[in-house]
Design a protein around this ligand. Structure first.
Ligand code: G6Q
Length: 544
């Protein structure tokens, strides 16, 4: 019988942080900046093209010292080495965790069970590049001889969110003659809307599924097959209009896809870490192999930064420690990720899976229930739009919401004053959140007395600012890798397995039980609870 975990909370560094928290919990960022005017150029770190300003956080030099001590105490250094060495740190699934191998340079050596996996990684990348070039140049033709104009990735979760996010993020670099879409939901509307204006003779489907057994993806893939065959009327068309990304050759073959047109990856790549694997094929077709490789080099640069930089200057480690400080000591529940770049519209949704599926865990390495908060709820949309919507609550609500602001010094689409206005807003938000406006300041502006409390800003709302020069493929890779490693650092300190996802299984299993009950001709005997029974009965009466 699993007990309650106390290994972390009873540790000397945790206890020291608890004591320290009591001393600094009410200290205002105004005071911290007044006492240390150099804070804004000292509490910063740089790596792999990213500049992280963490000075507007409710931390002192002592907080940082204690948090770094906590990281050391957790054995983080050894865990980083274990991950990069291919140890089976995903112990509940007995798997290595080697997304870093996906972006290792050609000559590198990374062993899994005694075998160097880097040559295989590059063989698949080369195969992807050759295929992408064929599609982009028009050499790859559909069954009727027409050139491919539309590419649809069918996948869900880790086989969708990465390429969909990165396609949006790198749209500037994409071939605008290609229409690239992503179908994920088992809701037929997704497939129908994605294909309604397309000609099957010009459409290529990339079926992306690690297991090739996922209900949503297989259902969509079969509908896609019917859609193509309804128009092209020959099973031989499947080979020209479908390729697969998977680890499961048997199921791919069963579907009718030539395994020559299957792009492989491996069980040591977790779904939510799989964008830099063959799962990125739709992205590579869209932006071209060179840009894709640039993205991989950015990922790799951050991997190296993470592996080799002392913790006190290490971006993922610093971001992780600051986040943990709010999660576990201030009891913050969420993290807002607010990119000031329209291309990053899906970035927070991508991070939701990365962070929440990885660190949404409640038992530790020993199977004991943790006695502390683990991963935060991640959310957010691009600025400035959020400022006109939910920022009110961040500024003046009753909840503490740490925020990551992400921006770029240069825009990819210069237009008049737009970029200066965008970035002025980003900087103004972090300033306003940190320093607020006192009652006296508000009153001195001559506003009526009754409005003063309403127009007072308490401030002391913590933020990180992540600034890069320009949104390039390499910078996107580096930004994603920073968050990947941040999640890993937090998981290590919390002593949880960030690489499994058993939590998604129960709902899947129950759905499989309900499907035949819905589809049965005669009313089945329902043996669920009274709520579920009644809902199913009502649905059966009302469905077409
Ligand atoms: C991610 C999860 C999950 C997975 C999907 C799709 O880490 O494992 O989101 O990516 O369930 O799985 P398949 O790729 O096997 O279809």
């Amino acid at each position: 019988m699993a007990g309650r975990s106390s290994a972390l909370t009873q540790s000397p560094s945790w206890r020291a942080l608890e004591d320290h928290y009591q001393q600094v919990r009410d200290v205002h960022l105004r005071t911290l900046f007044a006492e240390d005017p150099e804070r804004g150029n000292r509490m910063v770190a740089e790596g792999a093209g990213l500049y992280l300003d963490y000075s507007k956080n409710r931390i002192t030099g002592e907080t940082l010292r204690l948090l770094l001590q906590l990281a050391e105490q957790s054995g983080l250094g050894a865990r980083i080495e274990a991950m990069f060495n291919g140890d089976k740190i995903n112990f509940t699934e007995q798997r290595a965790v080697l997304h870093v191998a996906l972006r290792a340079p050609r000559g590198a050596t990374i062993l899994v069970d005694g075998k160097n996996v880097v040559p295989e990684v590059h063989a698949v990348l080369d195969k992807m590049a050759a295929f992408s070039e064929k599609v982009r140049s028009g050499t790859w033709r559909g069954y009727t001889g027409m050139r491919v104009r539309n590419v649809i990735n069918i996948g869900i979760g880790g086989s969708d969110l990465g390429p969909a996010m990165a396609y949006d993020a790198l749209r500037y670099y994409s071939d605008r003659d290609l229409t690239v879409r992503f179908v994920s939901n088992v809701d037929s509307t997704d497939f129908v809307e994605a294909t309604r204006d397309l000609d099957p003779a010009e459409t290529l489907f990339i079926v992306s599924s690690k297991t090739f057994t996922t209900l949503e993806t297989l259902t969509n893939a079969h509908s896609a097959r019917e859609w193509v065959l309804r128009s092209l009327r020959d099973d031989a068309a499947v080979a020209k209009h479908f390729v697969a990304v998977s680890t499961n050759a048997t199921e791919v073959k069963k579907f009718g896809i030539d395994t020559e047109n299957m792009f492989e990856f491996w069980d040591w790549v977790g779904g939510r870490y799989s964008l830099p694997s063959a799962i990125g094929l739709s992205l590579m077709v869209a932006i071209g192999p060179d840009n894709f490789r640039q993205m991989l080099s950015g990922y790799h640069e951050m991997d190296e930064h993470f592996r080799t930089t002392p913790f006190e200057r290490n971006l993922p480690v610093l971001a992780a420690l600051v986040g943990l400080w709010y999660d576990d000591f201030f009891d913050a529940q969420t993290l807002a990720v607010l990119p000031y770049d329209h291309y990053l519209g899906r970035f927070s949704a991508y991070l939701q899976q990365l962070d929440m599926e990885s660190n949404g865990k409640h038992v530790d390495f020993d199977g004991n229930v943790v006695g502390y908060q683990t991963g935060p709820i991640v959310w957010g949309t691009p600025g400035t739009n959020g400022q006109h919507a939910y920022f009110q609550l961040i500024h003046q609500g009753t909840k503490l919401i740490p925020c990551d602001f992400i921006g770029f010094s240069q825009t990819l689409n210069p237009l008049g004053r737009h970029h200066d206005l965008l970035m002025a807003n980003m900087f103004a938000q972090t300033e306003a959140l940190a320093f607020g406006k006192t009652g006296e300041e508000a009153a001195s502006e001559g506003i009526p007395q009754y409005q003063v409390p309403h127009r007072t800003f308490e401030g002391n709302r913590p933020t990180n600012t992540i600034l890069a020069k320009r949104l390039t493929p390499a910078i996107l890779g580096s930004l994603i890798a920073m968050y990947e490693h941040k999640v890993f650092v937090q998981g290590t300190i919390w002593r949880i397995n960030s690489f499994d996802q058993w939590g998604v299984e129960l709902g899947k299993a129950l759905a499989l039980r309900i499907i035949p009950e819905m589809e049965a001709r005669e009313s089945p005997q329902l043996l669920h609870d009274s709520s579920t029974n009644t809902l199913i009965e009502r649905y059966r009466r009302e469905r077409l």
